[in-house]
Design a protein around this ligand. Sequence first.
Ligand SMILES: Nc1ncnc2c1ncn2[C@@H]1O[C@H](COP(=O)(O)OP(=O)(O)OP(=O)(O)O)[C@@H](O)[C@H]1O
Length: 124
Amino acid sequence: MSGWRSREIHSFRCAIAGIYAALRGERHMQFHFAAAIAVVAAGFWLQVGREDWLWLSAAIAVVWVAELFNTAIERVVDMASPGMHPLAKAAKDTAAGAVLVTSLFAVIVGVIVLGPPLWDTFRK
Ligand SMILES: Nc1ncnc2c1ncn2[C@@H]1O[C@H](COP(=O)(O)OP(=O)(O)OP(=O)(O)O)[C@@H](O)[C@H]1O
């Protein structure tokens, strides 16, 4: 195997390990994982269309990306500033704010995409 390919495989494994570590150590990440499974299951059950799948997958992806960056920032802050510091607080709160913004976006997408077919299903 060429050196380039083995370096790529190593990078890929590191990225998967990062996701796995965040999933194991962060309860918010576990919540987002469970929410993503529930949304995908609801999408299949309600047979949403192609464009709706794009919105749902975009919403899931942005929340995951924000939560992964939030976890990374928490780790770096804890390493750089084990004691209390206003800048450490600002960094963590800002990263948490990013997760909140993406979560609100995901809720809006979920209501718009899944709301009407869910309503039709339960109204019958
Ligand atoms: N070193 C620090 N200096 C000042 N404030 C901090 C520091 N560490 C954490 N905080 C404050 O405590 C809050 C909670 O921090 P914590 O590290 O427990 O993260 P969290 O948001 O609870 O995430 P999680 O529960 O997913 O680990 C931060 O948002 C911040 O306001």
